[in-house]
Design a protein. Structure first.
Length: 741
């Protein structure tokens, strides 16, 4: 093996003229660059200080055995197709100092590969590539400099944002990012104060310790960056960085694990470690066309996008995907300062397991637009790497469930037809899962009498039922229907049965108010409530004769046709329910319902419109459609801590609270608010029968456009107390939904 501690071109020329024995490895796809079609003639060791211009030879194999430094005025030229293998160790890295240059010009078919000198390498095997420039970084004064983390004698930063440190094109960096201590680490590619005269395009960083890439200030732009299985963050920005990262893809594969406490997709600080809130400039950068993907079966990503400590980020066309856990999609908060108020994040969430979408404490001036349709990075730009992106397995939920069926984490499930959980069957859905429905009235889940559903999400890992298209609207699919054996109103004293609205062959009701149909906790139901006719409609969540042995808590229903939730008799209690922009009523009760709805919030946003004739906040009938005034039992239920809010600029709410047709309601601590029209605050009358005499409604109004408080024809035995001081629903309980109230 040839040993070359570089000090001059003369020495290199002298040694290259000699004949050496080949030390090449056999071809091995697990170690990029570990061999080739033809054996290399010789291996040359690299280390020391480059003087003048050092041009490597792609026909030679190079082994990095010590730190290789490119000082001011020196140039390291690496031609297409060159492979450099590093020995193990923290001190095995390449450092381009201020004023030095590296020109690593690979091509798509002949990339330049930096990798380990063994086929058994893992992340952090060697130290990676560090480039120091003269561009601006944040500091106490203009032109501040910083000290390189792994060698404090090496400065970076200055005043020249156009500084040129060379070119990196079609470059692969493998097994990099060695660690000395928790505070002294290498990344795959570290860019310290690098100027935008430097060209960095088509970079692939894989299996690295610490971050794939970190920008410590500077203005350099990077285009087409793929980061795979890097231990901490995929893309890290700090210390006043002001450039653009364009077309970047960060991936964690199924077996990835991290040694870090808070690994993320994006982590951005305005200043170094948050210790310079008064420094200038703070980071102000752009990311365009980015995909963050977590497929890990055992590693949660703390945030897909974290911007903090006065950083100002403009992130457009971002996409988050994968089957692995992501605790929070976007977080702009931090104990050492939040993101700059001008931060804008535009992101589409297609991940299967996201805890919270964003933080209610985000700075008021910042914009987090969680939208549909973003495409993220163009993966075809990375074809040259040979990397095969993970795919999510897809399955339809069985249409007939007679035994115990548990959906498998990591699989994308679809509702493709009417899913029937039959008597004796159970459907279990893991926390954090997203289930997507195909379009159509006939695509829904119905839990028949004697069947059970267990959708037990958590505040950090809710379960989401939604459409299979990003541009879905109200009524895209049929929602969730649960049929139980609890009491409903009818002609008999007990044991009455009803027929499910969307399938009259399926019954509900009985005489068991303690009936148990399973658990729904921390569940989101989006774009549901499809319509067949005016009389045959789905709601977001339909509860037919459901018993109080069933647990339903922490539910979010949004953008649904017909009602958000409707209780057809039964005794089930529901706690913590948020309903947003549902086409008809927020909360609908009928057919003898006798449970309690506690902590509920119904909202129409400014752009909301309804297709219904009489949309309301609350609509309550004692019996089905008012056609059974002599039926028993009539609805007798409670609502505690409720807010109804109409912000619509074009849709009047007929009544905030409507109780009628023999229903007896006890409504306490209700609050009505908003700038939209509300025709009547409380109405207890109807041509098919008024509310029961014992009805009691206590409500405060902060609404600014109420036409009428209540009706003179209300039953004499009922109480409508319109008073100040009610607080309604505590909005803090809905932080897990990701919806901002």
């Amino acid at each position: 093996m040839k040993k070359l501690f570089l000090t001059s071109m003369a020495l290199l020329a002298m040694m290259s003229a000699m004949t050496f024995t080949s030390c090449s490895d056999d071809d091995n796809n697990d170690n990029p660059g570990g061999g080739g079609d033809e054996p290399t003639a010789e291996t040359i060791e690299l280390g020391g200080v480059v003087e003048g211009t050092l041009e490597l030879d792609a026909t030679k194999e190079y082994r990095l055995t010590a730190t290789l430094t490119v000082p001011e005025g020196a140039v390291l030229e690496i031609p297409a197709g060159t492979t450099i293998k590093a020995a193990q160790g923290f001190d095995k890295y390449i450092l381009v100092e201020q004023g030095g240059k590296i020109n690593a010009r690979g091509t798509a078919d002949k990339p330049i590969v930096f990798t380990a000198d063994t086929d058994n390498a893992t992340s952090g095997y060697w130290g990676g590539l560090i480039i120091n420039g003269y561009a601006r970084i944040s500091g106490a004064t203009e032109g501040s400099t910083g000290a390189t983390e792994i060698d404090t004698n090496q400065p970076y930063g200055g005043t020249d944002d156009a500084d040129n440190s060379g070119t990196l094109e079609y470059v692969e960096l493998w097994y990099t990012g060695a660690r000395s201590t928790a505070d002294i680490e290498h990344n795959g590619l570290t860019l310290n104060g690098v100027g935008n005269g430097t060209k960095i395009e088509n970079i692939y960083i894989a299996e690295g310790a610490d971050d794939a890439i970190e920008f410590f200030g500077g203005s350099v732009n990077v285009t087409n960056l793929l980061a795979v299985n890097c231990d901490d963050d995929c893309f890290d920005f700090t210390q006043g960085y002001s450039g653009t990262l364009r077309n970047c893809y960060g991936v964690w594969e199924s077996d990835f694990t991290s040694t870090e406490e808070d690994p993320r997709g994006v982590e951005a600080d305005g200043n170094l470690d948050g210790n310079g809130p008064d420094h200038t400039p703070q980071a102000n950068f752009t990311i365009e066309n980015m995909t963050i993907a977590n497929y890990s079966a055992n590693q949660a990503m703390q945030d897909a996008i974290k911007v903090r400590r006065l950083a100002k980020a403009n992130i457009v066309n971002a996409l988050v995907v994968g089957t692995g856990r992501i605790d929070e999609l976007v977080d702009l908060t931090d104990s050492k300062d939040n993101a700059d108020e001008g931060t804008v994040v535009n992101v589409t969430n297609n991940a299967l397991s996201v805890g919270a979408e964003t933080n209610s404490g985000n700075p008021a001036g910042a914009t987090v637009n969680i939208t549909s349709g973003n495409t993220g990075a163009d993966a075809s730009a990375f074809t040259w790497t040979g990397y095969e992106f993970p795919e999510t397995a897809e399955e339809d939920i069985p249409l007939e469930i007679t035994g115990d069926v548990t959906l498998e984490a990591g699989v994308q499930y679809y509702i493709n037809g009417s899913v029937h959980v039959k008597d004796g069957g159970s459907l279990t859905i893991p926390a954090g899962m997203t289930v997507k429905a195909r379009e159509g009235f006939g695509n829904y889940i119905i839990v028949e009498r004697g069947g059970k559903i267990f959708a037990e999400g958590t505040d950090k890992a809710p379960i989401t039922f939604t459409a299979d298209k990003a541009d879905a609207t109200q009524g895209y699919w049929g929602g969730i229907i649960i049929n139980g054996k609890a009491v409903i109103s009818g002609e008999n004293e007990s044991g009455n049965e009803g027929s499910t609205e969307i399938d009259t062959n399926i019954g509900y009701g009985g005489d068991d108010n303690a009936d148990n149909s399973g658990v729904l906790t921390y569940v989101r139901i989006l774009y549901s409530g499809a319509r067949s006719t005016a009389d045959i409609e789905h709601n977001g969540l339909t509860l037919n004769g459901v018993g109080n042995g069933t647990k339903i808590e922490n539910i979010y229903i949004a953008e649904g046709a017909d009602d958000a939730i409707e209780f057809f008799g039964g005794s089930v209690n529901v706690t913590n329910l948020l309903a947003v922009n549902c086409d008809d009523d927020c909360f609908d009760f009928t057919q003898g319902y006798c449970g309690t709805l506690k902590n509920c919030y119904g909202r129409w946003e400014a752009g909301f419109t309804s297709t219904e004739e009489d949309p309301r906040g609350v609509e309550a009938d004692g019996n089905l459609d008012g056609d059974g005034p002599d039926h028993t039992p009539q609805a007798d239920f409670r609502i505690e801590n409720m807010t109804i809010e109409n912000l619509s600029t074009s849709q009047a709410m007929q009544d905030a609270i409507k109780v009628r047709r023999g229903a007896k309601a006890t409504i306490e601590n209700a609050l009505v608010k908003g700038s939209g029209v509300i025709e009547e605050l409380v109405d207890l009358t109807d041509k098919k029968g008024n509310a029961a005499d014992g009805t009691a409604v206590t409500v405060s109004t902060e609404a600014t456009n109420v036409e009428k408080d209540t009706n003179d024809g209300n039953p004499a035995g009922a109480t409508v107390n319109i008073a100040s001081g009610n607080t309604g629903c505590d909005t803090g309980i809905f932080g897990w939904t990701g919806y901002s109230l």
